[in-house]
Design a protein around this ligand. Structure first.
Ligand code: THU
Length: 159
């Protein structure tokens, strides 16, 4: 028998400790919550991506009466970015959520499907995506999605 311990590094910053670019990304994610279509959950999520050229792309959750047909904010943003700017590496992602008339006090972390899509982004551009999760005044930062997904399934398995 052997045991393998896996560790993940998360750094917590106050919003004020972030760089100007990081603040812009977080602000964009917060702002994007206002265009979410979430009549069922009332949980408004905003995602903002920083492209290599400095452009910020945002997305938000788009729900549907047939629940599984909706899409999370993160994938809405990633698929739009990849559709419009396929040659632009995605360098960072910020996520924020607005619920019960305020930005959440709890951390909002991407769901499993969004994590898998972000993992594909990292392998597609061969570059980490910095993950920035906003919760009221604080930002939890992971250096990559793969650091949040040990033992993940990637294209390596198909080679
Ligand atoms: N949601 C996101 O958009 N991103 C997340 O990271 C977590 C969940 C959405 C899906 C659904 O519209 C609502 O939040 C409640 O689950």
């Amino acid at each position: 028998m052997k045991q393998i311990d896996l560790t993940t590094k998360i750094t917590v910053y106050s919003y004020d400790e972030c760089t100007e670019v990081e603040k812009s990304l977080i602000d964009a994610a917060k702002e994007a919550t206002s265009n979410a279509y979430a009549p069922y959950s009332k949980f408004h999520v905003g995602a903002a991506l920083l492209l290599e050229n400095g452009k910020i792309i945002t997305g938000n959750n788009q729900e549907n009466a047939a629940y599984p047909s909706g899409l999370c904010a993160e994938r809405t943003a990633v698929f739009y970015a990849n559709a419009q700017y396929p040659d632009q590496k995605i360098e960072a992602l910020a996520v924020a959520a607005f619920y019960n008339e305020k930005f959440t006090d709890d951390l909002i972390s991407p769901c499993g499907s969004c994590r898998q899509v972000l993992l594909e982004v990292e392998s597609r551009y061969n570059s980490p995506v910095k993950i920035m999760l906003y919760k009221n005044g604080e930002v939890y930062v992971a250096e990559s999605m793969s650091s949040l997904m040990p033992l993940s399934f990637t294209k390596d398995a198909l080679e």
